[in-house]
Ligand binder design. Sequence first.
Ligand code: FES
Ligand SMILES: [Fe+2]
Length: 399
Amino acid sequence: MLKQEQTRLLKGLLNHLDAKTNVDAGGIIKAPAETYTSKERFDLEWDSFFQDYPQIIGMSGDLAEPNSFITIEDFGPPIIATRDADGKFKAFANVCSHRGAQIETEKKGLKSKFSCPFHGWTFDNQGSLVGYPKSDHFGKIDKDCYGLTELPCLEKYGFLWVHPKADGKIDLKNLLGDKLEKEFAAWDFDKLVLSNEEEYKTDMNWKLAIDTFGETYHFSVLHKDSLFQSFHGNCQMFDSFERNGRLILCKRDIDEMRKLPEEDWNITTGTLPVYYLFPNIIFMPTPEGAFLVKEYPLENSPHKSISKISFYFYPEAIEMADKMGVSPETGQNPLEELYSAFGSVIRDEDYVVAASSHKGLKSGNIDFLTFGRNEPALHHYHNTYREALGLQKLPIIES
Ligand code: FES
Ligand SMILES: [Fe+2]
């Protein structure tokens, strides 16, 4: 993040702390229960946001080496993403041009060629059909017409985007906007190394998982024995960038940081930035690396979802943790302790109450969820979500 912006945000938080104030969305909004429970709404979201919208599938560190690959089916069609021998990122439908089987079934690995498990047709990691067995028996085909279907993809600022449709477009200017592009260019997310991945399946609408990252109003209650120990609750900054948002959560470390000269202030020392990347990504840079949360609906249902959380660290942090070794109490090194603690807060605290909210919504005994004036990220997310679906903005209720 640019230094000037870091200072502005840190000073904003310090002002809130001193004045005992918080960001103010100007009022309260109410999101109707159908946002989370309607199958009709869900179908609209699935088509608009998961079938026809550029998807962040991971970070550059997910394809760390030449000839690495990953396969995904998170938003429907089977996809294979590759990095070729020259380091170029590509994405294809993981669909054999012979009879449609998935050419690769492993989740990730290192391969320059993929041999389909059905009849052994072989493709390289640039999508070309390079051979098929018993060609004299099978008959002559034009191999150039039998490559894998290539999907639009883009690697920039350390993120990997894929469009699920072969004729889709990834327009970064439109997706991020100039301001966020400049901000991302000032981080080093392309250096992040993938260190751990977790998945949590929960009985809740996928957006309830997104909502839980959107405010710190709940810290002193739900997280009183965990996050609240290291964060000032109910104190944040918020900015929006096109459809995206950025919350700045206030760590208690800011209390020591403020005693230093301003040039020594750092945004990840005093805060936890939380980027909302529309429609389904939460991304949090830390001093050691970053956490990427991808939310997906499951089983074509508004009532089930999966969170896929990837933990990345910078090489220097990994080296340092290796030197420090494992703690006798936890049996983990400092980075392992960090992602275990984060994972358990999300899984055992946030998602437990989010599933509880979902049960409440599904019961039909609550008609809407209410977002307070101290929850501007949720105002922005829900109104952006509605705008993207052609629905009316939720009006501010005077308070
Ligand atoms: S379906 Fe792939 S080789 Fe036949
Ligand atoms: Fe939380």
